[in-house]
Write a protein that binds this ligand. Structure first.
Ligand SMILES: O=c1[nH]cnc2c1ncn2[C@@H]1O[C@H](CO)[C@@H](O)[C@H]1O
Length: 571
């Protein structure tokens, strides 16, 4: 047996090594400079977290659940219901959300509520919805039609319906002939609290409107559950389980087609933008840089005419943001900006058109367009290398015009090693990308990882999205998240498409990290939240305002937390 002194020396060496590693971490500075209140809060939070891991995520004998498990499993196991850690995470100020796709952000139930109030809303399917089976195989679309436009009077649920013809949304909704489609294991789709504050009666009618009969109401609710299932990835009894990334992407892509017609209507677009800011504010997010997909040319005007162009989308976005800002009279910071995106299946000629369109919008609204990105499924779609000539030309054009439109590229959202999607990281970095969307494969590249750190490029990691779309089994095995964080490579946690995954806001992604990692503490989350502000694409003066606002809200949060949980230290 070794002597006591040899054992002691080993223990000391381990402690020294641990301290050395801790000093490399992103949260080191915050942990070294805590106020006494922060120190107390941090200790309490860790205790609450450890207790919650045991009580909620490591139940004796239950081999199916664990801390940081897959998102939908975790939801079934109570993630999102009140708990000490959840309540605190939900309440803490989270700074900026740097990666979310505009049309995948606000609760789809909000869109349905608006559709119900839109008389001209129509629906079509590519097959007759005359069997329950057809319901789930069909490609369904919605659209607001112009006044007097032809609509079929045949029921979409009968043999008489001609596939592809538009029918009334209201009629289709209120005559839905199938039983209520339930989520997962019989969980009622309606029981999840919608992530917005409803302004109308539960059936979507404004107060004072004639209430439909109970039967119509039941049918309407069953229809809503169906439409909700078409717009989300939430597992559903009627649908086969998704078992790989390809299947997940197929279902994921289909949701955008369903959402497009509901969102692409002037009044809804404006209400949606306002709700985006408000729902984020409720989750402690004060600023969002949202990626708007400009692939299609037009949305529908309030009067039903389908010619609302890109400059008007931006105008409506700005009006909505300004109205919400004016509503926040308590002085807290609320804002949002646009990253212009198009999809990476276009050819170079079309890309030039979009880049010029982006320049045009930037000139019209210089403060509002803050970056450019190419989106879509990286594995099968075109790599950045195909677009280099146009992307370099764009940089030159911006220089000539005196415009700053940095790239903020998606890159490395893949498990492939050395394939095009992985190699996108090289192109993105050399094209001076300001941030990288996802970077799932980045940590495998030692030189690129160093370069990203050196160039201060922030990686927008979306843990829940990455898990649902098949890039990791759970947050615990994420290919880059902890690897990058622990090397102090800048990372901003992001939600990606929260309305489709239903990981609204940032609380779910923050919770999954804190619950799954014992080296993560309250001060780590604070570091992530505060640091997200640094990587926004606004000017330094605005950043200073955001930092000051965050600091104030953080102090308020700590005071609340100690009042609520201060007793834990005395136990
Ligand atoms: O995680 C993602 N990676 C790449 N593209 C995405 C992701 N999430 C959404 N989109 C893309 O954004 C567009 C809608 O705005 C869709 O084309 C969708 O493919």
């Amino acid at each position: 047996m070794a002597s006591q002194s040899a054992t002691d020396a080993h223990t000391q060496a381990v402690a020294a090594l641990k301290a050395q590693e801790a000093a490399l971490r992103y949260d080191h500075a915050a942990l070294s400079n805590m106020s006494s209140d922060e120190e107390r809060a941090n200790t309490i939070f860790t205790r609450l977290r450890d207790a919650e891991v045991t009580s909620q995520w490591a139940k004796d004998g239950d081999l199916t659940n664990f801390a940081g498990m897959d998102f939908y499993g975790a939801r079934k196991n109570g993630l999102g219901s009140p708990s000490e850690v959840w309540n605190a995470v939900r309440r803490m100020p989270k700074g900026a959300l740097l990666h979310c796709h505009f049309d995948g952000t606000v609760d789809t139930k909000f869109l349905l509520e608006h559709a119900k109030k839109t008389k001209k809303m129509a629906m079509k399917a590519d097959v007759r919805l005359s069997t329950a089976d057809a319901l789930w195989k069909a490609t369904v679309e919605f659209l607001v039609l112009p006044e007097g436009a032809e609509r079929s009077t045949k029921s979409i649920y009968t043999e008489e319906y001609v596939p592809g013809e538009w029918v009334s949304f209201e009629e289709a909704r209120e005559s839905f002939p199938y039983p209520h489609p339930y989520e997962m294991d019989g969980t009622d789709a309606e029981h999840h609290m919608p992530n917005f504050v409803s302004t109308s009666a539960p059936n979507g009618r404004l107060n004072g409107d004639k209430a439909p009969s109970n039967v119509a109401q039941d049918k309407g609710q069953a229809f809503d559950a169906y439409a909700h299932a078409l717009m989300t990835l939430t597992p559903h009894q009627a649908l086969p389980a998704i078992t790989n990334s390809k299947q997940a992407w197929a279902k994921f892509q289909s949701t955008f087609g369903v959402i497009a017609g509901l969102i692409g209507y002037e009044p809804t677009l404006k209400a949606y933008t306002k709700e985006l800011l408000r729902s984020h504010a409720r989750d402690g997010i004060s600023y969002t840089e949202t990626r708007i997909n400009f692939l299609t040319d037009f949305m529908v005007r309030a009067d039903g005419t389908p010619n609302l162009d890109h400059s008007e989308w931006v105008r409506i976005f700005i009006e909505a943001v300004n109205e919400v800002k004016a509503d926040f009279t308590d002085g807290s910071f609320v804002d949002a900006k646009i990253i212009y995106t198009t999809v990476r299946f276009i050819d170079n000629e079309k890309l030039r058109w979009y880049l010029e369109d982006c320049i045009m919008l930037k000139k019209l609204y210089p403060e509002w367009i803050v970056g450019f990105d190419l989106v879509g499924h990286e594995d099968p779609l075109l790599p950045l290398k195909v677009y280099i000539p146009e992307l370099l030309r764009f940089q030159q054009r911006c220089k000539e015009e005196g415009l700053s439109i940095p790239f903020v590229f998606h890159a490395g959202e893949t498990l492939e090693d050395g394939a095009d999607a992985d190699l996108n990281l090289y192109d993105a970095i050399l094209l001076d990308t300001k941030r990288i969307g996802h970077g799932v494969s980045l940590a495998r590249h030692p030189l690129l990882t160093d370069m990203v750190k050196e160039k201060d490029i922030c990686i927008e990691i979306c843990p829940i999205s990455n898990q649902i779309l098949g890039y990791t089994a759970s947050i615990c095995s994420h290919p880059s998240l902890l690897a990058l964080l622990n090397r102090n490579v800048p990372v901003a946690l992001s939600s990606d498409d929260p309305s489709i995954f239903e990981n609204f806001g940032l609380s779910y992604d923050f919770y999954q990290l804190i619950i799954s990692s014992q080296s993560t503490s309250l001060m780590s989350l604070a570091t992530l939240a505060r640091r997200s502000i640094r990587y926004t694409l606004v000017d330094d003066k605005t950043k200073e305002i955001m930092f000051a606002d965050w600091d104030r809200r953080w102090n308020e949060f700590i005071a609340w937390f100690l009042k609520e949980y201060g007793h834990v230290l005395k136990q």
